[in-house]
Design a binder for this molecule. Structure first.
Ligand code: GLY
Length: 475
């Protein structure tokens, strides 16, 4: 069996799922060189070399890669921070190792303003109405306030405030969720505006879905659509999180989508891709340059935002279903001869178990926090037994967890993901639920309505109403 050395830059469960996909290769013997934010129990067990770099500093990662340059054949990067900071540019300049992720220039996740401008050029109908406010254009607060007010008149107050840069200021704020008056909106706006440009765009009504694709620079190959659950609490309430779970149906589309929606999404992604690729090829786009958050509206799919890396949790819905060897697929991405990957026709459901502080659960539901478990180690052993019981139909991916003194502890972010696979969503969900319920300790909690029949039926009903309103009910 051919031996391959692979660098995996990991942030949480998404990186663990990537590492697992390599370890399951039937064609290659894989030696994994894993960079982690902490001693992740899964990665520490399977890695040939494992290093902890808590802030994923690109220079530190590069030092590690140089040390193992002769052993590593290629690398892949999961999280956005090192991609935006130019990890690929640095490592490809300093070593002979190709990386799977876009270069800094093509990490379009770095700027929401540039994204909107790009979409406006490539396919303007996917943009909501939007306006960019740049601090350089205003003399004082009253001047920008006047202009914000006049824009809100035009949007009838139905607005979303977005900072240009990821994680700048207060982040994305939505009318009706984060603010209910213009003054509150403006306060949110200013908290972002002091860091740089801010977009105020039309709030769209519809159902969200996640589009992901792989890219070799010449073409993009779409992966089946998934649905993320961004809000912390059941019924889509509470603050936005990184994603509490996600589902994928059998086939390529979600139960509330039509084949026409799917075709339109592929057309949109291809138009944006063509704009960046030029006539034939742009290997700088290699990786997952488009993980697009779509919203399906009365007028068809529109774009909420684009990310330049795989979705977390969404890529976990897809990787366990790849029929192609993932090492081979990555080599094809590097060589520029990517083919449509073959995917098992199963549904999948990811459910995250998270610590009590995550999403503000302990403040909103103090009575539900299992106080006797606070600070205790997390016991994954029963869940691991279920992984054995279900064979290939269950995966368990620790994320924000670390091994300390022989025990496993949850840290501050999403602790552990259960991925259930099934002939339908209901079966996949049942398996994932059984698994998260078997995880003990750490006072961890999870959203109980991920992929529930009721949640999915509401999405279907809402889309029917919207399609009728938009005259698209025969779509
Ligand atoms: N699921 C949200 C993200 O990956 O950004």
């Amino acid at each position: 069996m051919e031996k391959v050395g692979i660098l995996v830059v990991c942030y949480g469960s998404r990186g663990v799922a990537i590492a697992d996909a390599f370890k399951r290769s039937l064609e290659y013997e894989t030696d994994l060189y894993i960079v982690d934010r902490q001693k992740n129990p899964f990665n520490a067990r399977i890695a040939k070399e494992h290093i902890v770099i808590p802030d994923l500093n690109v220079n530190e990662i590069c030092k590690f890669v140089k040390k193992w340059e002769r052993e590593i054949d290629f690398g892949i990067v999961g999280p956005e921070k090192p991609i935006i900071e130019g990890i690929r540019d640095l490592i490809e300049a300093e070593t002979e190792i190709p990386l799977i992720c876009p270069t800094k220039k093509f990490a379009i996740e770095a700027s929401k303003v540039e994204q909107r401008n790009l979409f406006q050029k490539a396919i303007p109908e996917v943009n909501p109405k939007f306006k960019v406010f740049d601090p350089a254009d205003y003399r004082d607060v009253s001047e920008v306030k006047r202009e914000v007010w006049s824009w809100l008149d035009e949007l009838n107050n139905q607005a979303v405030v977005k900072p240009d840069k990821p994680a700048a200021g207060k982040g994305v704020g939505v009318w009706g969720d984060h603010f209910r008056s213009r003054e509150e909106l403006f306060e949110h706006f200013l908290a972002n505006f002091k860091y740089g440009r801010v977009i105020i765009e039309e709030k769209l009504e519809g159902e969200e879905s996640s589009f992901q694709c792989f890219c070799d620079g010449k073409r993009i190959v779409p992966l089946p659509e998934t649905r993320d659950y961004k809000r912390a609490f059941e019924g889509d309430e509470g603050p936005n999180t990184g994603g509490m779970g996600s589902y994928k149906d059998t086939g390529n589309i979600l139960p509330f989508m039509t084949e026409k929606d799917w075709d339109k999404e592929i057309e949109i992604a291809n138009k944006i891709f063509s704009e960046l690729r030029g006539k034939t090829s742009n290997p700088e786009l290699r990786g997952t340059p488009f993980y697009i958050a779509f919203i399906h509206t009365a007028e068809g799919p529109k774009i909420l935002e684009n990310n330049s890396r795989p979705g977390d949790p969404e890529i976990m819905n897809v990787l366990p279903l790849l029929k192609d060897d993932f090492v081979d697929l990555c080599m094809r991405m590097i060589d520029g001869n990517l083919k449509e990957p073959k995917i098992e026709d199963l549904a999948s459901v990811v459910i995250y178990k998270v610590p009590p502080t995550y999403g503000g659960f302990n403040e909103r539901f103090p009575e539900k926090v299992r106080r006797e478990e606070l600070g205790s180690p997390v016991d994954l052993s029963s869940a691991e037994k279920l992984v054995e019981k279900y064979g290939g139909r269950l995966r368990l991916y620790p994320g924000s967890m670390e091994v300390r003194d022989g025990e496993t502890y949850a840290l501050r972010s999403r602790a552990v993901a259960a991925v259930g696979l099934g002939d339908g969503i209901a079966e996949a969900r049942k398996i994932a639920l059984e698994c998260v319920e078997a995880i003990r300790g750490g006072a961890l909690w999870f959203r109980k309505d991920i992929a529930s029949k009721e949640h999915i039926s509401r999405s279907i009903k809402r889309m029917k109403t919207l399609r009728k309103r938009g005259g698209r009910d025969k779509a």
